[in-house]
Design a protein around this ligand. Structure first.
Ligand code: HEM
Length: 207
């Protein structure tokens, strides 16, 4: 029987680089936030990275470039290999509604190598949040050089709130994402090894 991998290697590689990088971004970002909090709280020092403001900023930028390059590689692969078209599209509102109801009834079937509509929507939203976090990050990093970008986000001060909001949305995604992996743990191994699944009608074997 002909098979193809559940998760092709470029998706796995970029996924795990992203997961690791995100830890660095959250921890260094929280340290930068603590130096000038937007709200009435700060993050515990044990959850921060960099030691002092300059160190945290250095970490934040180094990991940011890694994640931007990694993200671009993922998007290019997704488009040119047709991974996006094949696995993440379409996302119909009716299918999202149906899958949310099934999930709440704990009846959502998980088939290896096929994302349900809620997963698809969540993956697109987190990608969008990734773009937003980078753009608002650029706007608050160089508010003079990227004036247009900063004003698109309501100026330097407001862009900081949008940056924080995008971070919080990515954080919320990660919590739900990890909870789903805990509920359906058999999805984890194929995300590491690639796994195998039979070819569907009309599919060609590759990877
Ligand atoms: C330790 C942390 C993580 C674990 C254990 C994990 C686990 C997984 C697993 C098992 C899948 C496949 C789900 C399935 O087959 O149904 C997956 C897919 C995915 N994860 Fe994660 N993940 C982690 C962190 C993250 C982070 C931080 C992000 C983004 C902020 C992320 C974004 C995604 C995306 C976009 C996909 C779909 C990839 C594609 O097929 O193009 N993950 N993850």
């Amino acid at each position: 029987m002909k098979t193809r991998s559940i998760h092709p290697w470029p998706v796995r590689l970029t996924h795990w680089i992203n997961a690791l990088g995100m830890v660095g971004m959250f921890m260094s970002g929280w340290a930068i936030y603590n130096a000038s909090p937007l709200f009435g709280f700060t993050f515990p020092k044990q959850l921060t990275l960099g030691g002092w403001l300059g160190g945290s900023i250095a970490w934040h930028f180094a990991v940011m470039w890694l994640l931007v390059i990694n993200g671009l590689a993922y998007v290019l692969y997704g488009v040119f290999s047709r991974h996006f078209k094949r696995d993440l599209l379409p996302v119909h509102a009716s299918a999202v509604k149906r899958d949310v109801v099934d999930a709440l009834r704990l009846r959502l079937a998980h088939e290896h190598g096929r994302y349900n509509a809620v997963q698809r929507l969540m993956y697109w939203l987190v990608l969008l949040m990734g773009v937003l976090v980078v753009l608002t990050g650029l706007a608050i990093w160089k508010p003079v050089q990227f004036q247009e970008l900063a004003s698109l986000f309501g100026g330097f001060d407001f862009a900081r709130y949008v940056h924080f909001g995008a971070m919080a949305a990515i954080g919320a995604f990660v919590i739900v994402h990890l909870a789903l992996v805990l509920i359906v743990p058999r999805t984890l191994l194929p995300m590491i090894t690639g796994g195998k699944r039979p070819l569907a009608n009309g599919e060609t074997g590759h990877e």
